[in-house]
Design a protein around this ligand. Sequence first.
Ligand code: PHB
Length: 399
Amino acid sequence: MRHGMKRLLIAAAMSGVAALAQAQTVKVGVVLTYTGVGAEFGQQITRGMDTFMKLHPDAFGSCKVELIKRDSKNPGGAEAKTAVQELITQDKVDMLTGFVFSPNAITTASLATAGKKPMIIMNAGTAWITNLSPMIARVSFSMWQSGYTMGQVAAKQLGAKTAVVGYTDYPPGKDELAAFKAGFESAGGKVIDAIPMGGPGKVPDFTPFFQRAKDKKPDVFFVFVPAGDHAVGVVKTYGALGMRAAGIKLIGPGDITQDNKLQAMGKDGVGLITVHHYNADLDNPENKRFVAAWKKEYGADSTPDFMAVQGYDGMAAIAHVAKTLNCKIDPGKAMAALKGWKFDSPRGPIMIDPDTRDIVMNEYLSELVEKDGKLYQKNLATTMAVKDKCKELGVGKCK
Ligand code: PHB
């Protein structure tokens, strides 16, 4: 090799080393419920994030992503606020993500604005959360996407004339009630009672609430609870009170048929009709790959649920921002990169609406069926590219 050529190669190799040494770290503050009533949600989201990183090692370009995890502990919002304050002032994160319970996002939105930190929401579903800060983009859902769609389906497809609504009494529950009522009544139905059923912090005895609903003899009983053990309690109480035999159909958003809780519901769950943006039984190639990778890592009996896919998609959004910005997170440029971002998710195609910074996605109508002693979701119909109806209609705080 000629001398000049050799020097050139050494220089190129050295600049490679220099580039590696300079590979910038993007610091992401992750605020999730790692303990307490939402601990399983925190685990699902974390595993979803990890599965994305495993399946897409090149998505981050040359950036190194450092995740700094903080426990928001409970649905109240106080711990989340302290966590976000520390992540911004002490850890000097570039971005924020996580946020399981709506109050955790509601109490911290102003900190994201003041600290100019892009905040990617991986669950918290109260519709108007995205209006609280221009720094927020949401990869999870708005309560109105399932609630309004289910209201329309209940009146049009299920032929229901009357409904009673039971809801966990905090912002997303109130939102889900408003959404279902708007969808149902605009299609000719009538909500004849709305029953607050305690807070999200602990699973109540649902018996008195469900008895009140049963006494009203509605065609359908629409229930929202924040998934998890609440959902199992709902289905068990519906069975114990003989509501199906009384001719009352249990319907709701997919929060009441969370994939990893189905087998605990047993026969009482068979026939439940829900609308949601994800279930593990969705038949598309991205989902097959996601579920297979999940089962390989976490065990054949383990199932990803809607929270897991939100963690997966949230990590995809973070990777997109990091790579697009060459690892230097300018807040304005990060938000610009998120607006209109599209991704082929296991839940189907998703997009961040450039006007609202909220997600646009399909909603799936499903029925819980039993096969070989196991419960699974049979997908009946798909509503494509659903936007947040609360902001479309300009209802209340969504204006
Ligand atoms: C929320 O607090 O926004 C929330 C929590 C759990 C759910 C849905 C919404 O299943």
